[in-house]
Design a protein around this ligand. Structure first.
Ligand code: FPP
Length: 247
Protein backbone atom coordinates (compact mmCIF):
# COMPACT_ATOMS: atom_id res chain seq x y z
CA UNK A 1 0.00 0.00 0.00
CA UNK A 2 1.18 3.52 -0.78
CA UNK A 3 2.34 5.19 2.42
CA UNK A 4 1.37 8.64 1.21
CA UNK A 5 -1.96 10.05 0.08
CA UNK A 6 -2.31 9.78 -3.69
CA UNK A 7 -3.05 13.39 -4.53
CA UNK A 8 0.20 15.30 -4.26
CA UNK A 9 0.25 19.00 -5.07
CA UNK A 10 2.75 20.17 -7.67
CA UNK A 11 3.19 23.60 -6.12
CA UNK A 12 3.01 24.72 -2.48
CA UNK A 13 3.44 28.38 -1.60
CA UNK A 14 4.23 29.67 1.88
CA UNK A 15 3.56 33.11 3.29
CA UNK A 16 6.31 33.12 5.92
CA UNK A 17 4.93 34.82 8.99
CA UNK A 18 5.37 34.92 12.73
CA UNK A 19 9.17 35.04 12.90
CA UNK A 20 9.26 38.01 15.26
CA UNK A 21 6.46 36.71 17.49
CA UNK A 22 8.25 33.36 17.73
CA UNK A 23 11.40 35.21 18.83
CA UNK A 24 9.52 37.52 21.23
CA UNK A 25 7.86 34.55 22.97
CA UNK A 26 11.35 33.18 23.61
CA UNK A 27 12.67 36.59 24.75
CA UNK A 28 15.01 36.67 21.76
CA UNK A 29 15.71 39.56 19.37
CA UNK A 30 13.50 39.68 16.23
CA UNK A 31 16.35 38.62 13.98
CA UNK A 32 16.62 35.29 15.86
CA UNK A 33 13.26 34.26 14.36
CA UNK A 34 14.41 35.06 10.81
CA UNK A 35 17.71 33.28 11.46
CA UNK A 36 15.98 30.19 12.80
CA UNK A 37 14.06 29.98 9.51
CA UNK A 38 17.14 30.33 7.31
CA UNK A 39 19.38 28.12 9.47
CA UNK A 40 17.07 25.28 10.48
CA UNK A 41 13.73 25.34 8.69
CA UNK A 42 13.97 25.96 4.95
CA UNK A 43 16.42 23.28 3.85
CA UNK A 44 14.79 20.29 5.59
CA UNK A 45 11.39 21.49 4.37
CA UNK A 46 12.57 21.78 0.77
CA UNK A 47 14.34 18.43 0.89
CA UNK A 48 11.33 16.71 2.38
CA UNK A 49 8.96 18.35 -0.11
CA UNK A 50 11.07 17.03 -2.98
CA UNK A 51 10.91 13.47 -1.57
CA UNK A 52 7.12 13.82 -1.49
CA UNK A 53 7.04 14.64 -5.21
CA UNK A 54 6.36 18.36 -4.87
CA UNK A 55 7.96 20.11 -7.84
CA UNK A 56 7.61 23.80 -6.87
CA UNK A 57 7.82 25.48 -3.49
CA UNK A 58 7.45 29.24 -3.09
CA UNK A 59 8.48 31.21 -0.01
CA UNK A 60 7.42 34.84 0.42
CA UNK A 61 10.51 36.26 2.11
CA UNK A 62 10.19 40.00 1.56
CA UNK A 63 7.14 42.05 0.64
CA UNK A 64 6.97 45.42 -1.08
CA UNK A 65 5.79 46.77 2.32
CA UNK A 66 8.53 45.18 4.45
CA UNK A 67 10.93 48.04 3.61
CA UNK A 68 8.95 50.18 6.07
CA UNK A 69 10.17 48.14 9.04
CA UNK A 70 12.64 49.43 11.58
CA UNK A 71 15.88 50.25 9.76
CA UNK A 72 18.01 47.97 11.96
CA UNK A 73 15.73 45.02 11.28
CA UNK A 74 15.85 45.72 7.52
CA UNK A 75 19.65 45.91 7.65
CA UNK A 76 19.81 42.67 9.63
CA UNK A 77 17.54 40.85 7.17
CA UNK A 78 19.55 42.12 4.16
CA UNK A 79 22.68 40.75 5.85
CA UNK A 80 20.90 37.46 6.35
CA UNK A 81 19.85 37.34 2.68
CA UNK A 82 23.49 37.88 1.66
CA UNK A 83 24.66 35.12 3.96
CA UNK A 84 22.00 32.74 2.67
CA UNK A 85 22.78 33.49 -0.98
CA UNK A 86 26.52 33.00 -0.45
CA UNK A 87 26.62 30.05 1.90
CA UNK A 88 23.40 28.10 2.34
CA UNK A 89 22.12 27.72 -1.19
CA UNK A 90 25.31 26.16 -2.50
CA UNK A 91 24.19 23.04 -0.65
CA UNK A 92 20.77 23.15 -2.26
CA UNK A 93 22.42 23.44 -5.66
CA UNK A 94 24.35 20.28 -4.88
CA UNK A 95 21.03 18.63 -3.98
CA UNK A 96 19.47 19.47 -7.35
CA UNK A 97 17.36 22.49 -6.38
CA UNK A 98 16.57 25.08 -9.05
CA UNK A 99 16.15 28.61 -7.66
CA UNK A 100 13.82 31.20 -9.14
CA UNK A 101 12.81 34.63 -7.94
CA UNK A 102 9.51 36.50 -8.21
CA UNK A 103 9.22 40.16 -7.31
CA UNK A 104 11.07 43.29 -8.34
CA UNK A 105 14.67 42.72 -7.26
CA UNK A 106 15.87 46.00 -8.75
CA UNK A 107 15.33 47.57 -5.27
CA UNK A 108 18.02 45.43 -3.60
CA UNK A 109 21.67 46.38 -3.41
CA UNK A 110 24.15 45.16 -6.02
CA UNK A 111 25.56 42.37 -3.87
CA UNK A 112 22.10 40.81 -3.42
CA UNK A 113 21.06 41.36 -7.07
CA UNK A 114 24.29 39.87 -8.41
CA UNK A 115 24.17 37.01 -5.93
CA UNK A 116 20.62 36.15 -6.95
CA UNK A 117 21.42 36.36 -10.66
CA UNK A 118 24.37 33.98 -10.18
CA UNK A 119 22.27 31.61 -8.13
CA UNK A 120 19.47 31.50 -10.72
CA UNK A 121 21.98 30.92 -13.51
CA UNK A 122 23.94 28.28 -11.59
CA UNK A 123 20.89 26.24 -10.63
CA UNK A 124 18.82 26.64 -13.79
CA UNK A 125 19.34 23.07 -15.03
CA UNK A 126 18.51 21.43 -11.68
CA UNK A 127 15.41 19.28 -11.76
CA UNK A 128 14.63 17.87 -8.34
CA UNK A 129 12.50 20.77 -7.16
CA UNK A 130 12.14 24.44 -8.05
CA UNK A 131 12.28 26.82 -5.10
CA UNK A 132 10.88 30.27 -5.74
CA UNK A 133 11.71 33.12 -3.41
CA UNK A 134 9.30 36.03 -3.48
CA UNK A 135 11.52 39.04 -2.84
CA UNK A 136 10.27 42.62 -2.84
CA UNK A 137 7.07 40.93 -3.95
CA UNK A 138 3.50 42.19 -3.83
CA UNK A 139 0.64 40.73 -5.87
CA UNK A 140 -0.68 44.14 -6.95
CA UNK A 141 2.82 45.29 -7.87
CA UNK A 142 3.30 42.13 -9.95
CA UNK A 143 -0.01 42.68 -11.78
CA UNK A 144 0.74 46.34 -12.49
CA UNK A 145 4.22 45.46 -13.82
CA UNK A 146 2.63 42.78 -16.01
CA UNK A 147 0.03 45.23 -17.36
CA UNK A 148 2.74 47.75 -18.21
CA UNK A 149 4.70 45.04 -19.99
CA UNK A 150 1.62 43.99 -21.97
CA UNK A 151 1.00 47.63 -22.97
CA UNK A 152 4.62 48.05 -23.98
CA UNK A 153 4.49 44.86 -26.09
CA UNK A 154 1.22 45.96 -27.73
CA UNK A 155 2.65 49.40 -28.44
CA UNK A 156 5.43 47.76 -30.38
CA UNK A 157 2.88 45.84 -32.45
CA UNK A 158 0.61 48.84 -33.07
CA UNK A 159 3.49 51.18 -33.89
CA UNK A 160 4.30 48.93 -36.81
CA UNK A 161 3.21 50.99 -39.86
CA UNK A 162 1.30 48.02 -41.26
CA UNK A 163 -0.92 47.81 -38.17
CA UNK A 164 -4.07 49.76 -38.99
CA UNK A 165 -6.74 48.00 -36.98
CA UNK A 166 -8.75 49.53 -34.08
CA UNK A 167 -7.43 48.83 -30.59
CA UNK A 168 -10.46 46.56 -29.96
CA UNK A 169 -9.27 44.24 -32.71
CA UNK A 170 -8.28 40.68 -31.84
CA UNK A 171 -4.55 41.45 -32.05
CA UNK A 172 -4.86 44.10 -29.35
CA UNK A 173 -6.92 42.17 -26.81
CA UNK A 174 -5.17 40.12 -24.16
CA UNK A 175 -6.03 36.52 -23.29
CA UNK A 176 -5.72 35.03 -19.79
CA UNK A 177 -2.77 32.95 -20.98
CA UNK A 178 -1.00 35.90 -22.52
CA UNK A 179 -1.47 37.93 -19.34
CA UNK A 180 -0.25 35.08 -17.11
CA UNK A 181 2.86 34.85 -19.27
CA UNK A 182 3.71 38.44 -18.35
CA UNK A 183 3.56 37.75 -14.61
CA UNK A 184 6.70 36.92 -12.62
CA UNK A 185 5.33 33.36 -12.35
CA UNK A 186 5.23 32.80 -16.13
CA UNK A 187 5.84 29.07 -16.79
CA UNK A 188 5.27 28.23 -13.10
CA UNK A 189 2.03 26.36 -12.32
CA UNK A 190 -0.40 28.05 -9.92
CA UNK A 191 -0.03 26.85 -6.31
CA UNK A 192 -2.58 24.22 -5.28
CA UNK A 193 -1.84 25.10 -1.66
CA UNK A 194 -1.04 28.39 0.03
CA UNK A 195 0.07 28.03 3.67
CA UNK A 196 0.26 30.94 6.06
CA UNK A 197 1.78 30.22 9.44
CA UNK A 198 1.46 32.85 12.18
CA UNK A 199 -2.27 32.93 13.05
CA UNK A 200 -3.34 35.62 10.53
CA UNK A 201 -6.11 34.65 8.12
CA UNK A 202 -5.44 36.72 5.04
CA UNK A 203 -3.34 36.60 1.87
CA UNK A 204 -2.03 40.17 2.16
CA UNK A 205 -1.76 40.47 -1.61
CA UNK A 206 0.14 37.24 -2.16
CA UNK A 207 -0.19 35.68 -5.62
CA UNK A 208 -3.43 37.55 -6.31
CA UNK A 209 -3.81 36.16 -9.83
CA UNK A 210 -2.39 32.71 -9.11
CA UNK A 211 -4.46 31.99 -5.97
CA UNK A 212 -7.78 31.69 -7.83
CA UNK A 213 -8.19 27.98 -7.02
CA UNK A 214 -5.58 27.49 -4.30
CA UNK A 215 -6.52 25.65 -1.13
CA UNK A 216 -5.76 27.90 1.83
CA UNK A 217 -4.13 26.80 5.09
CA UNK A 218 -4.05 29.35 7.88
CA UNK A 219 -2.25 27.68 10.73
CA UNK A 220 -1.68 28.87 14.27
CA UNK A 221 1.98 27.97 14.65
CA UNK A 222 4.80 30.26 13.54
CA UNK A 223 7.10 29.93 10.50
CA UNK A 224 10.15 28.98 12.67
CA UNK A 225 8.11 25.91 13.79
CA UNK A 226 7.41 24.67 10.23
CA UNK A 227 8.81 21.12 10.28
CA UNK A 228 8.53 18.40 7.62
CA UNK A 229 6.00 16.72 9.93
CA UNK A 230 3.76 19.80 9.73
CA UNK A 231 4.07 19.69 5.94
CA UNK A 232 2.93 16.07 6.09
CA UNK A 233 -0.18 17.06 8.05
CA UNK A 234 -1.00 19.69 5.44
CA UNK A 235 -0.50 17.20 2.60
CA UNK A 236 -2.78 14.69 4.31
CA UNK A 237 -5.46 17.35 4.73
CA UNK A 238 -5.04 18.41 1.10
CA UNK A 239 -5.52 14.84 -0.10
CA UNK A 240 -8.91 14.83 1.61
CA UNK A 241 -10.17 18.09 0.16
CA UNK A 242 -12.42 18.10 -2.89
CA UNK A 243 -11.32 20.50 -5.57
CA UNK A 244 -14.08 21.22 -8.08
CA UNK A 245 -12.83 24.36 -9.82
CA UNK A 246 -16.40 25.71 -9.89
CA UNK A 247 -17.73 22.64 -11.66
C1 FPP B 1 7.92 37.06 8.44
O1 FPP B 1 7.74 37.12 9.85
C2 FPP B 1 9.32 37.37 8.07
C3 FPP B 1 9.73 38.29 7.16
C4 FPP B 1 8.77 39.07 6.35
C5 FPP B 1 11.17 38.60 7.02
C6 FPP B 1 12.10 37.85 6.12
C7 FPP B 1 12.09 36.36 6.11
C8 FPP B 1 13.17 35.60 6.36
C9 FPP B 1 14.47 36.17 6.80
C10 FPP B 1 13.09 34.14 6.17
C11 FPP B 1 14.09 33.55 5.22
C12 FPP B 1 14.22 34.13 3.86
C13 FPP B 1 15.05 33.71 2.85
C14 FPP B 1 15.09 34.34 1.51
C15 FPP B 1 15.98 32.62 3.01
P1 FPP B 1 7.49 38.53 10.58
O2 FPP B 1 8.78 39.24 10.73
O3 FPP B 1 6.43 39.29 9.83
O4 FPP B 1 6.98 38.07 12.00
P2 FPP B 1 5.73 38.64 12.82
O5 FPP B 1 4.50 38.31 12.02
O6 FPP B 1 5.80 37.86 14.09
O7 FPP B 1 5.94 40.12 13.01
Amino acid sequence: MNKFPTSTPIHIAVIMDGNRRWAAEKHLPALAGHKKVTDDILEPLIEYASTRGIKYMTFWAWSTENWHRDKYEVQGIMKLFKHVIKRRWQRLHEKGVRVKIIGDISQFDTEIKDGLTTLIEKTKANQKITVIFALNYGGRDEIVRAINQVISDKKQVTSNENFQKPVTSYEFLVTENEFANHLDTAQIPDPEIIVRPGKEKRLSGFMLWQCAYSELYFVDWYMPDFTPQKLDEILTDFSQRQRRFGR
